[in-house]
Design a protein around this ligand. Structure first.
Ligand code: FAD
Length: 415
């Protein structure tokens, strides 16, 4: 028995649910297949205390508000619950516990054949909504040694999970800084390896950064071709606050530069810490400058906040950074790599993926006609991999499917 549908959506996270909403509204027959549960990543691939990086009024879909305080930051379980409620509100045809293991072209006719753990499905269109973060990236810089555990942030849950001893957290994006702060609060000695980053204000002149991103058109910023992605350190933890590396240092965290190598149990760090901190400050102050210019231009009555420009002096660990660290002498029992993820589209055996396994696409429309991506970082713009942005990209992909459908039906084309 081969089941048929017009659109097969693979993945039942926020991207798959958003896709289902738009397809459903357009009356397009579709199925969403999810190997785990709805929003599985929010349930099992995040640490226990994680809350959303954006306030609840913002990090949501248009059709439903969070039940928590709109100015607050939803917990990871509240986000998962929200997605589940949304799926049921729109009556999304999600089938959980179904793994898509392969998608190939149908021979001699349009469409695709999906092999799944629950049988074969044929579809005219396939949307890969399997998320922006697949396989954890852990640079092979530190050889394994007795007494040292190396783990990726995806496997971190809480401080009690780690063996006693000091921790080196590598990576100072949103995950790394939040995990380092949590471990430090739990009484661990923490070293935080800080690379290039942006650290926008959590809020300025009474408005959250998510609002500023909206009015300054930055959610819609496109990726600069060839430019290296610079991680952003933001946090909704403890009610939300601006990430401040100097405050972390004052609380006892030792900041170090980029982790470069490890020989004979001695870690080596790049001498780039002062430069990375200074660059992060410039990024922070540039947001304030643009926000002030916007307030003046629009004549807005938002309270001035001169104190936001006060930046404390650099702590000793920044002015005279450690360039090496003996793992044993420092008592480091865990290295926690908060170093990002690689994509894995092994199940998509089509021209939608290039020779290096990367999605071959323009704004989510892949090189394989009829196959789409959704939820990729910077797929169309900065917002693409976030709850707010994926909803808009899903609308774009749905429109594209409707246009393509009209061309395939030919005579009067415009749909
Ligand atoms: C630590 C962390 C914090 C974040 N915080 C925020 C935040 O506060 N606000 C925000 O907007 N964004 C945040 N993001 C970014 C983004 O919102 C999340 O990564 C989100 O989970 C992405 O949703 P998605 O639907 O694209 O992918 P996912 O949530 O990963 O969903 C993809 C789904 O596809 C399923 N799947 C994968 N392969 C298959 C297959 N072959 N067959 C069937 N099913 C499959 C998976 O089980 C998964 O459920 C955060 C990301 C991380 C890592």
């Amino acid at each position: 028995m081969v089941e048929k549908t017009e659109v097969l959506v693979v993945g039942g996270g926020q991207a798959g649910i958003a896709m289902s909403e738009h397809l459903g509204a357009a009356g397009v027959d579709h199925i969403v297949l999810e190997r785990g549960r709805i929003a599985e990543s929010w349930r099992t691939r995040r640490w226990d205390s994680l809350v959303a990086n954006g306030p609840a009024w913002h990090d949501r879909f248009p059709g439903l508000e969070f039940s928590c305080d709109p100015e607050g930051f939803a917990t990871k379980d509240e986000v998962a619950g929200y997605m589940e409620a949304y799926a049921s509100q729109i009556d999304a045809p999600v089938r959980c516990g179904v793994d898509v293991t392969g998608v190939t072209r149908l021979e001699g006719r349009p469409g695709f054949r999906a092999e799944t753990s629950a049988g074969v499905i044929e579809a005219d269109y396939v949307v890969a909504a399997t998320g922006p973060y697949h396989n954890p990236l852990m640079p092979k810089l530190v050889p394994d040694r007795p007494g040292l555990t190396q783990m990726h942030s995806i496997d971190y849950r809480n401080p009690d999970q780690l063996a006693e001893g000091a921790v080196l957290v590598v990576g100072a994006g949103s995950s790394g800084v939040q995990i380092a702060a949590e471990l430090n609060r739990a009484g661990r000695k923490v070293y935080l390896s800080v690379g290039p980053h942006g650290r926008p204000p959590r809020a300025y002149r009474g408005r959250d950064y998510c609002w500023w991103l909206g009015v300054l058109n930055d959610w819609d910023a496109e990726a600069t071709p060839g430019a290296e992605h610079v991680t952003i350190a933001v946090s909704g933890a403890e009610g939300g606050h601006t990430v401040d590396f100097r405050a972390l240092a004052a609380d006892g965290v030792t900041l170090v530069g980029r982790t470069e190598a490890c020989t004979d149990g001695v870690l080596r760090f790049a001498p780039d810490l002062p430069g990375n901190i200074a660059q992060g400050d410039r990024n922070y102050l540039a947001v304030l400058d643009r926000a002030d210019a916007y307030v003046a231009r629009m004549g807005l009555d938002l309270p001035e906040e001169p104190g936001a420009r006060d930046i404390a002096p650099d702590p000793a660990c920044v002015t005279d950074p450690l360039l090496s660290l003996d793992l044993e002498e420092a008592g480091i029992s865990t290295i926690l790599w908060a170093t990002g993820f690689a994509l894995d589209y092994g199940w998509l055996q089509l021209d939608a993926v290039d020779a290096q396994g990367r999605p071959a696409h323009l704004r989510g429309v892949s090189d394989e006609p009829g196959v789409y991506f959704l939820g990729l970082p910077w797929q169309t713009r900065r917002a693409s991999s976030f709850i707010y942005g994926v909803w808009h990209d899903a609308r774009y992909i749905t429109d594209h499917i409707l246009k393509r459908r009209a061309y395939l039906a030919y005579p009067g084309v415009p749909a």
